[in-house]
Write a protein that binds this ligand. Sequence first.
Ligand code: HPA
Length: 271
Amino acid sequence: MTDLSLFFADQLTRRLGGFHPDIALILGSGLGRIAEQLQDPVIIKYADIPDFPQSTVSGHTGQFAAGFFCGKKVLCMQGRFHLYEGWPPQIIRDIIHSFKRLGISKLIVTNAAGSLRPSLKPGTVMLINDHINLSFANPLIGPNNDELGPRFPDMSNAYDRRLRNLALQTAAEKNIPLDQGVYLMVSGPNFETAAEVKAFGILGADAVGMSTVPEVIAANHAGLAVLGFSVITNLGTGLQQQAQSHTETLTAAEAAAANLTQLLSHIFERL
Ligand code: HPA
């Protein structure tokens, strides 16, 4: 499996025109508009970078937006890549590793997720404090680049403790509701069965989704500090009356995005 991270880093550097981001922010389904908060952003379309994958899911724009957000230099991904689209997990590794090569030290990930417990209601923002990888894939499978990280990376602080404390403290001070819990990743694209939702809850997860974990594994491998948020868009199958749909996910994520944007702006001020 070829390592494209050097090539992507080079392509991004050329297009960033001397702007050196410190933080990467990945915006999940229905959350892309958070990038509208950037001051004078430089837009880089995924389609303009040779060999870069293209977003195939509605609700994912397919571009980078780079600029200042609350005084911090940020590179946003408006649209990410999912295993269910058929992308190999290693392409996600290469994108995250290109961020490392650009000098980025922190990765903030966001996603839309289903709740696995009735007390975690749609509309809630959940701080991810850990994850369970049930995607049956791993972005680090293949030759290891020892320059970027170790063969067997530690995951004991996968979601950086210091950043999590900062998020919890900020939310409390600013009176922004923030739950916390464990995110479980499945490959998708189907929503879960009711039996799976029940099983995942027993396993110790609080929310389920189809993304994020590959990015977080690759970031930990390369030594980036990670902060993650799930926007809860629905109760898991069997916990709600109606059937699941992507349209519902997008509508609910867009509705909850304001809370998350507000929280992120206060966190960025303190990073
Ligand atoms: N399951 C998986 N992924 C999701 C869900 C869900 O219920 N909601 C939003 N993304």
